[in-house]
Design a protein around this ligand. Structure first.
Ligand code: SAH
Ligand code: SF4
Ligand code: F3S
Length: 440
């Protein structure tokens, strides 16, 4: 019997990678992917619980799925990922038409659970977290494109007080260097020019005596990989060894995502971030000194419980001192079950909104200033896709993770080409293709 599936993915890149794992499992089971959700025999939503808004988006999608299922009652609806782990049986209480609820460590059991769901009328919930599951030896069905995602570790032991991840993804565990290297080799053979190593704390990677620096070096030596990225490192675990490996290998991108969260030491402590503002400032300096022309991005939360105006100003001070190349900025969202959810000194919504707007404006200015520094330089750009604005232009990224729009010339997607940066406009760069080389 021919069966089809459809997966929709919310949340971070780990979820994107997990959806590819799930797709691989389903295809092994005889399912094939369909683009038409209304025709699918099984519809999955891979969910995120990081902020309230992320959960709301999933709830509204589930409402849509319910309508589809009324048209096609045999359709199986599965909720996967972090929200499934967080809410477990509660999902079935509010959404009784859901057939399967699986947490992030339960995917190997998905084919069996689909079969048993088809044979019985009971919904199945599997949210057993594992200390060991790293999905070694599985074959993800990768989305076509430039980048192959490779998870190198799962879970998180940091327990930042605002964060749900340690509860939804369980304890930290790392894969072996050998299995990661062989997956990287596969991706290169399949024609992916770029790989991104993924984990909630990539630099606390630890397996059989190998640390993150050793892993990064092993991956950099795989033939055929032109670009290696990784996300996210934790500021506390960033070592000079990692930076030195980055400086040594040309194919490791000159880019670090370094989540600051807040600039006041009292708030950092209350967040249990385990570093001080001084440590962070020094680390940013060390990164810029070791890796000239590096791109540094960050994550910032405004309105953490108890954050005063002057503490918020400290976040802006750190931003001014570092001038990040880009930043993901968030309003604090209380997550039931976390330590911070017990704090009662909430920052009013209007104050949070005002702070968010302030740091967004400040970051926009910094991004522009950093981009201006690029004008006149010649950068190696990986051609990724047609520009949204013009079909005669390509969009690609520099190794410092900056998007550049430039004339197509005879360059093709996946080529690495020299581009002279001629203008910084808004938050993007515009360039001129110098001499297109064929892909290696
Ligand atoms: N492991 C990564 C973060 C993953 S979550 C790290 O430690 O850097 C991505 C970002 O979401 C976080 O860096 C944080 O800025 C934001 N975030 C996490 N929980 C949040 C919450 N409860 N409210 C608002 N933002 C949050
Ligand atoms: Fe969440 Fe902190 Fe772990 Fe990142 S390090 S996933 S923010 S608990
Ligand atoms: Fe969201 Fe889970 Fe990622 S909560 S951010 S999908 S680890």
């Amino acid at each position: 019997m021919h069966k089809s599936y459809f997966i929709e993915t919310f949340g971070c890149q780990m979820n994107v990678a997990d959806s590819e794992l799930v797709a691989g499992l389903l295809e092994k089971e005889g399912f094939s992917a369909t683009e038409k959700i209304e025709q699918a025999d099984a519809v999955f939503v891979n969910t995120c619980a990081i902020r309230e808004h992320a959960e709301e988006k999933v709830h509204s999608q589930l409402g849509r799925y319910y309508k589809l299922k009324q048209e096609k009652p045999s359709m199986i609806i599965g909720v996967l990922g972090c929200m499934a782990q967080h809410l477990q049986d509660d999902i079935l209480e509010s959404r009784p038409y859901v057939d399967l609820v699986l947490g992030p460590d339960s995917y190997r059991r998905l084919p069996g659970l689909i079969r048993s769901r088809m044979e019985s009328s009971n919904s199945k919930v599997d949210t057993q977290l594992s200390r060991f599951e790293v999905y070694d030896g599985m074959f993800p069905s990768r989305n076509e494109g430039i980048n192959a995602w490779i998870s190198i570790m799962r879970g998180c032991d940091k327990f930042c007080t605002f964060c749900i991840v340690p509860f939804t993804r369980g304890r930290e565990r790392s894969r072996s260097v050998d299995s990661i290297v062989s997956e990287a080799r596969n991706a290169a053979e399949q024609g992916f020019p770029e790989i991104t190593l993924l984990g909630q704390n990539v630099n606390s990677f630890s397996n059989d005596g190998d640390n993150f620096a050793a892993l990064l070096e092993a991956v950099a030596r795989v033939d055929g990989i032109r670009r290696i990225r990784y996300t996210s490192p934790h500021p506390q675990d960033m070592t000079e060894d990692v930076l030195n490996v980055m400086a040594t290998y040309d194919n490791i991108c000159n880019y670090v995502h370094l989540p600051l969260q807040a600039g006041s030491n009292r708030i950092l402590k209350r967040m249990n971030r385990t570093y001080s503002r001084e440590h962070f400032l020094k680390l940013a300096d060390t990164i810029r000194n070791t890796l000239p022309n590096v791109g540094i991005s960050t994550d910032i939360i405004v309105g953490f419980p108890g954050e005063t105006d002057s503490e918020f100003n400290k976040t802006m001070e750190v931003m001014n001192a570092i001038k990040f190349d880009s930043a993901f900025t968030f309003k604090y969202s209380s997550r039931p079950g976390t330590k911070a959810a017990e704090f009662t000194d909430h920052v009013p919504a209007e104050v949070m909104q005002d702070r968010l707007e302030k740091i967004m404006a400040l970051q926009k200015q910094h991004t522009f200033e950093r981009n201006l520094e690029q004008v006149g330089k010649v950068e190696q750009v990986l051609v990724e896709k047609p520009s949204k604005r013009s079909s005669e232009k390509w969009a690609g990224r520099t190794d410092a993770n900056k998007w550049v729009i430039f004339n197509c010339g005879n360059a093709k997607i996946k080529d690495m080409v020299p581009v002279e940066i001629i203008e910084a406009r808004g938050i993007s760069l515009h360039g001129k293709l110098l001499k297109a080389k064929a892909a290696a």
